[in-house]
Design a protein around this ligand. Structure first.
Ligand SMILES: [Zn+2]
Length: 290
C-alpha cells in the first residue's frame, strides 16, 4: 500500500496542478468509491491539499473537502493544458485514463481533469465540511507522523521522545508497532522493513525490549528511509503512480524489502529471509539484524 513518501509525492503533484482551479463537475461511475453527494464540491476552488498519514484532503474555498484514501491500488491522475508535455503514461495505469477502472472524474476549469482509478476498489473518497476533516475516524485516530507535511495535523509530529514512549508501552513485535497507523502515521510495510534493517533490529523483537540506543537508531532509520523514498518519488509497487502518470524509483533502492534469498549488501555473510508477520511479508538479514 502506498505509504507516507508515495502519498506525499501525490500531494505535491496535486498541489501543483489543482490549486487555484475550480471544480466544475464531478462524475461518479462507481458509487462505493464516492458515496456522498459529490455536488457539494462543484463550484469550489481548490485552496490547498493536505495529507494526514496515507490520506489526502483536497480543500475547497466553499467550505467542503474531498478526503481521499487510495488504499492498495487507487490512482489520482491529472490531465490538462497546464501539463505541458504529458509523459507517456505509466504501464501501471491499467485500462487507460479514463478507462474501465476510472470510478470518479473531477472536471476542472480550463479543461483540466483529475481521474480516480482503482482496480481493486478498496479506495474511498469522502465529501465532508473542511472543518470536520480532522474528525473523520481514520484521521482522528492517526498517530503522530515522522514528518508532518506542511499542511498536515499541526500537533502530529513524532518526536524521538514520543517514539520511545510508544515502543516502551508495547510488547508486540516492533515491526507491527511501526505499521500501526494509530501509533505512528504513514509507515507501512516497505519502509518498516527497510528501517529495521538499517537500524540492525529484528522485526520480531518485542517493541519494549529495545534499548534506548536501539530506539534512537530506529527513529533515525525511519526518518532516513522515508526521506529517501520521498526523494525518489516513492516506490512504484502495485499501482502507485504520481498525478502526472510517472512512477517513483525507490523500488530500485529497497534495502531489505522484497530481497528474499539475496545476499545482504551490508554484511555479505547471509541471505535475506522472508517470514510473515501480522500477515505481511517481512524481510531481514539473519546475520546482521541482531
Ligand atoms: Zn546482513
Amino acid at each position: 500500500m502506498p505509504e507516507l513518501p508515495e502519498v506525499e509525492t501525490i500531494r505535491i503533484g496535486l498541489e501543483k496542478y489543482l490549486v487555484g482551479h475550480k471544480i466544475t463537475k464531478v462524475e461518479v461511475r462507481w458509487r462505493k468509491s464516492l458515496p456522498e453527494n459529490e455536488n457539494k464540491l462543484v463550484e469550489g476552488y481548490v485552496k490547498k491539499i493536505r495529507r494526514f498519514g496515507k490520506v489526502l484532503s483536497i480543500d475547497l474555498d466553499n467550505g467542503y473537502s474531498a478526503v481521499i484514501h487510495i488504499k492498495l491500488t487507487g490512482q489520482l491522475i491529472y490531465k490538462g493544458s497546464n501539463l505541458p508535455n504529458p509523459p507517456s503514461l505509466s504501464k501501471k495505469i491499467v485500462g487507460g485514463v479514463p478507462g474501465k477502472h476510472t470510478h470518479v472524474t473531477f472536471f476542472l476549469d480550463k479543461g483540466g481533469k483529475l481521474y480516480f482509478n482503482d482496480v481493486r476498489k478498496f479506495g474511498w473518497i469522502k465529501v465532508v465540511k473542511t472543518k470536520d476533516v480532522e474528525e473523520i475516524p481514520f484521521i482522528k485516530k492517526l498517530g503522530p507522523e515522522p514528518f508532518v507535511s506542511a499542511q498536515g495535523k499541526p500537533s502530529g509530529k513524532l518526536t524521538p521522545g514520543l517514539f520511545k514512549q510508544i515502543l516502551s508501552k508495547s510488547s508486540r513485535p516492533v515491526k507491527i508497532v511501526l505499521m500501526d497507523q494509530e501509533k505512528i502515521g504513514g509507515v507501512g510495510n516497505i519502509y518498516a522493513n527497510d528501517a529495521l534493517w538499517l537500524a540492525r533490529i529484528l522485526p520480531t523483537w518485542s517493541a519494549k525490549s529495545l534499548s534506548p540506543k536501539e530506539q534512537s537508531k530506529l527513529y533515525d532509520a525511519i526518518l532516513n528511509v522515508l526521506k529517501e523514498g520521498l526523494k525518489r518519488g516513492g516506490a512504484s509497487e502495485l499501482s502507485y503512480v504520481t498525478p502526472d502518470g510517472n512512477e517513483g524509483s525507490y523500488q530500485e533502492h529497497f534495502l531489505a524489502y522484497g530481497r528474499k534469498d539475496e545476499i545482504c549488501s551490508r554484511c555479505r555473510k547471509a541471505k535475506f529471509k522472508k517470514i510473515t508477520l501480522g500477515g505481511r511479508g517481512t524481510y531481514f538479514c539473519p546475520y546482521c539484524q541482531k
